[in-house]
Design a protein around this ligand. Sequence first.
Ligand SMILES: [Zn+2]
Length: 290
Amino acid sequence: MKPPFAIAVKFDLLKVGHCQHPECIALRGGGRRAVDFPALVGLIEHPTRGLMLYDTGYSPRFRAVTRGFPECLYRLVTPVTLPPEEELLNQLEERAIAPSDIETIFISHFHADHVAGLRDFPNASFIATRSEREFCKKLGRLGRLRRAYLPDLLPPDFDSRVSDAASQPTLELPEECYPFTKGWDLMGDASMVGIDLPGHTASQLGLAFRALEDGPIFLIGDACWKIEGLAQNRPPSRLAYPLFHSASAYDETFASLRTLHCSPDAPNLIPSHCSTTWSRRGGSRQIFRD
Ligand SMILES: [Zn+2]
C-alpha cells in the first residue's frame, strides 16, 4: 500500500449557487449585514478511477421539491440564487463532461444544499457515512425540514448505489494532518481519505487528498463556515447551534480544525460555504478546460 496521498488528482472548485445569511451567523461577533454563502463543489479527476464530485451544491430541483408546504419554509428562510451559468450540469458541459462521466460522488452530509444535484448523475456511485444516512431516514417530515433534509432530492435507487465510508479500511494520516490521525481509505489506494467531522450533522464526511496544482487539500463541508473563523477562533453564532446535531461535537471538531489550520504544514482547508476561500482562489481555476 502506498502512503496516504502518494497519488495526486486533478482538482477544481466550482460555485453552484449561493444563499445569504447575516455574517454573524457564520462568524461569532460578525456584523448583521447579509453575506453570500456560496455552495462550493469539488470536481476531481483521479488518474485511474475517473471523475468524481464532492457534493453537488444547489440545483433547479431544489426549487421543485420546496414548492409544497411545509418544505417551502426552507426556501423562504434560505432564499437561493442559482443563475444558469452556475448550474452544475452547465458548468460540467462547458468542460466537456457529461453527467454520465461522473463515476463517484462523495457526500459530505445530506443537507439539501449539498445533495440537490444527485439525481443528475445516473452512473455515479455514492460514498457517505451510514450513521448520517440512518439518522436522516428516521426523521419525521418536520424533523427532516428542521434538519434541511429533503429526501425527494435523492435518486430512487440511492440505497443500492451508496457505500458506507466508515466501513472502508482505516489508515494512519501523516503528521501534517494532526490532530486528525486516522481516516478511511475510500478508493483503496490511499488517494482519497475520508475523515469524520461530527457535530454539524451526525457524522459529516470530510475529504483529504493531494491535488496536482494545489498540494494537500482537505474539504471540510460545514464543519466551519468561514475560514477566518478558524484563524481567529470565531465559531458560528450561538443562534446557529440549535440547527446542529451536537453542539459539543461541533465545538470539538472546530477546535481540531483550528489546531490543524494553525499548523505550518497544514493542508489547504476548504469549507463548503466560505466566500473568502472562493475569492482567494480567484474562483474556478478552469483546469478541466484543457
Ligand atoms: Zn451546507
